[in-house]
Design a protein around this ligand. Structure first.
Ligand SMILES: Cc1cc2nc3c(=O)[nH]c(=O)nc-3n(C[C@H](O)[C@H](O)[C@H](O)COP(=O)(O)O)c2cc1C
Length: 335
């Protein structure tokens, strides 16, 4: 058996090393189904994210060798280090899925224990692994046994307000050989509502000896600094705050170094990035899927820009990359 990377002990606030892999800066793009494509991850890495996590991959679908799932899981050397996130409900299925994730180029493999989507829950996966914590730990242990790369787990606090299952599971997951934990500081009943309660992140930091990545409502550069200071977490994960704003990582990294934060408001530059996103997406997933996905992403890229409503209207009818490009050119030309 290949020896596991040594457990790290140097992971104070803002010092993130996952099973021997240093994540610098300690800023992580969170997994977001439908958003964290290879194209978007590349943009975020270039813009300063230290690590990007791909969208969740069904371990069950890998068992059936599903071609679409393999395509979604694809990574490329330029984004390394990169993490692939798996979801599944049984130790066997997750054990078997690990080799496919490694073959796809995963430097780190994450286990999803937070997803509340009914389709995921009905398969006993996502947050159901926190509802049945012994099974959740067995799943993580199976992945650690199968893996030659570090395994991480992404948790919520629990199922309902007041449920602190994360505090019980954290040390057990550490014992199972997990290299780092990510905590989305909300419970399942809250889904995405309300404010994430970062005090849970600080409590998990105190409860385990492995790095903790804090997550929930980090949007502005100063939020990342505040989360590190308030919780002592080793790294910060950003989800929605990065959609249509990959440059936010550069701003957060500057804020963490105590440097002035450069603004990024030039519509032409933002549209240039969006077009780059579209072109890379088309290379990876094909033109049809890329154009469809980009119609949604453009709402985020154009947020707050002058004349954005006009651009969004024009984008409603685009059906090809050439038409998308023309709509963007016309918009920039009209400013
Ligand atoms: C559209 C969308 C898709 C998501 N997909 C996943 C996923 O596939 N796996 C996962 O663990 N979390 C997923 N999440 C949760 C995020 O990773 C993150 O935990 C959550 O959005 C809170 O962080 P934020 O406040 O920075 O957005 C998703 C969130 C959103 C908004």
């Amino acid at each position: 058996m290949t020896p596991k990377p040594p457990t790290d002990t140097s992971h104070g606030a803002g010092n993130l090393t996952i099973g021997g892999i240093t994540i610098d800066p300690p800023l992580v793009l969170g997994p977001m189904a439908g958003h964290t494509s290879l194209a978007f991850r590349l943009l975020c890495r270039r813009a300063g994210a230290g690590l990007c996590v791909g969208e969740m991959i069904s371990a069950k679908a890998l068992e059936f060798d599903n071609a679409k799932t393999h395509c979604l899981m694809r990574t490329c050397p330029q984004e390394r280090p990169v993490a692939v996130q798996l979801f599944g409900g049984s130790p066997d299925v997750l054990y078997n899925a690990v080799s496919a994730a490694e073959a796809a180029g995963a430097d780190i493999i994450d286990l999803n224990m937070g997803c509340c989507v009914p389709k995921v829950r009905s398969g006993g996966a996502g947050i159901e692994l926190m509802a049945d914590p012994e099974r959740g730990i067995a799943c993580a242990r199976a992945m650690v046994e199968a893996a030659h790369v570090p395994v991480t787990v992404k948790l919520r606090t629990g199922l309902d307000p007041g449920d602190e299952t994360y505090l019980w599971m954290g040390p057990h997951l550490e014992q199972a050989g997990v290299s780092a934990l990510c905590l989305h500081a909300r419970n399942a009943a809250d889904r995405m509502r309300g404010q994430a309660d970062w005090s849970h992140i600080g409590r998990l930091v105190d409860a385990v000896g492995i790095p903790v990545i804090g997550n929930g409502d980090v949007v502005a550069p100063e939020d990342a600094v505040r989360m590190l200071e308030q919780t002592g977490c080793a790294g910060v994960m950003v989800g929605r705050g990065a959609i249509g704003r990959p440059w936010v990582f550069m701003q957060m990294a500057a804020a963490m170094r105590g440097e002035p934060v450069a603004q990024f408001r030039d519509p032409a530059a933002i549209m240039g990035l969006a077009l780059c996103h579209a072109q890379m997406l088309a290379l990876h997933l094909g033109e049809r899927t890329a154009v469809h996905q980009m119609r949604g992403e453009m709402a985020h890229y154009s947020r707050g820009l002058p004349g954005a409503a006009r651009l969004r209207q024009a984008l409603q009818v685009v059906g090809s990359l050439a038409q998308l490009s023309r709509a963007i050119e016309d918009y920039v030309g009209s400013l």
